[in-house]
Design a protein. Structure first.
Ligand SMILES: *Cc1c(COP(=O)(O)O)cnc(C)c1O
Length: 396
């Protein structure tokens, strides 16, 4: 069924897999079979072995392809498996231009794994297109974008990067984990591959680790499909089902979280003990304009600075509502400490170069009442203030 006439929210529910054509079941069946009986000796059926193709995984791959507006989707055992498999499109001797404040796991893959296979890289501040152009080498084959970036929420102009890439015949990869296709569609902006940690907003309940990729053209789809089958890091069927279920409520979850994130960004911005807030929805965000042009919203993740690491420790100790954890994009708010969590794989000197201080916290806003969150953060900041009133040397 072609659904071009439906809006995104409707497509989340009424897609090709809204019911099972054989019995009408309104939830995609979980097909555990690893192998499939072949009825003909010379001609195999559509399915033969589940690493290559499995009906449950195929349903998820179809749905994400339709939502991102691509020709084919691929489901992997984690976001890193999706990202790493996509990097296997490159060969020894190739060069990647990559955004400098990239997810810590991607940083590790590029610097410590791909480098051993002769794939070179240059980190750049992708908000600076001149710097991007200067990083191009004769062997540049890909541009790797993450926008908004993690954890400083810098925004990269996807259209501009894709244009630069096309001029030299290179591919553009975009990690769309933070916004999802509800808010941003990189393929429409010229990217070749969209990557996801489906662990985050797409699934949304902190109960599954999964990755997705979507490609725009058939030739690239064939190459990535070949790599998915060769490398074999496919998503298990139970997990495919969990992602499919999470997707159905993506827009209500993300839109509600985004509304609360906007409220919280404003709260932090006006608080005297918070020297900096990073959120693309703020009018004073340096790339606010690009963000509003290329996406339908700022998302539900923001970062903020406290005065120093001690203030951060007091704050975290007294916050009650969010879980203090790695990850983002869940129904519950998640407060994380990039220096020790998502970016622990990055050496301190590299973190500091990128402005990821030991006083920085990242908040993924969940579905709690935003006023409860504001009250909670207020009381935690009050503890920070009281501690600072105590003069140095005074015993408490
Ligand atoms: C979490 C995350 C990843 C890695 O995904 P996993 O599912 O944890 O492997 C990649 N990119 C971004 C932006 C992420 O937040």
């Amino acid at each position: 069924m072609k659904n071009e006439q439906f809006s995104f929210e409707t497509k989340l529910l009424h897609n090709r897999h809204k019911f099972d054509p054989t019995n009408g079941a309104v939830s995609v069946p979980i097909q555990h079979a690893s192998t499939f009986h072949q009825f003909e000796i010379d001609q195999f059926g559509k399915y033969d072995y589940s690493r290559s193709l499995n009906p449950t995984r195929e349903a998820l791959e179809d749905v994400i392809a339709e939502l991102e507006g691509g020709v084919k989707g691929f489901a992997f055992s984690s976001g890193m498996a999706a990202i790493s498999t996509a990097f296997l499109l490159l060969s020894s001797g190739d060069h990647v231009v990559i955004t400098e404040d990239v997810y810590g796991g991607t940083f590790r893959m590029v610097t410590e794994v791909l480098s051993r296979f002769g794939i070179e890289h240059t980190f750049v501040d992708m908000t600076n297109l001149e710097e991007v152009k200067q990083a191009i080498q004769p062997n540049t084959k890909a541009f790797y974008v993450e926008t908004p970036s993690n954890p400083l929420l810098k925004v990269t102009d996807i259209q501009a990067i894709s244009k630069i890439a096309k001029e030299i015949g290179a591919l553009t990869f975009v990690d769309n984990t933070f916004l999802t296709p509800l808010l941003q569609k990189p393929l429409e902006l010229g990217a070749d591959i969209v990557l996801h940690s489906a662990t985050k907003f797409l699934s949304g309940h902190s109960d599954v680790v999964a990755g997705l990729a979507v490609v725009k053209d058939e030739a690239l789809a064939k190459r990535l499909g070949f790599l998915q089958n060769s490398f074999g890091a496919v998503l298990g069927v139970q997990d495919c089902w969990l992602v499919l279920r999470g997707l159905k409520t993506l827009h209500v979850r993300l839109e509600q979280s985004q509304k609360s994130a906007e409220k919280l960004a404003e709260f932090f911005e006006n608080h005297p003990l918070v020297p900096a807030v990073y959120f693309p929805g703020l009018k004073n965000h340096p790339q606010h304009k690009v963000q509003t042009l290329q996406a339908d919203g700022p998302g539900a993740v923001l970062s903020f600075e406290l005065e120093n690491e001690e203030a951060l420790r007091i704050f975290v100790k007294h916050v009650k509502i969010p879980v203090f954890a790695v990850s983002l994009g869940a129904v519950e708010s998640i407060l994380s400490y990039p220096a020790k969590m998502s970016h622990a794989a990055m050496p301190q000197t590299e973190r500091e170069k990128r402005g990821i201080q030991n006083s920085l916290l990242r908040l993924s806003v969940g579905l709690e009442n935003p006023d409860d969150l504001i009250n909670d953060f207020s009381q935690a900041l009050e503890h920070v203030r009281q501690k600072q009133l105590v003069l140095p040397g005074e015993n408490v």
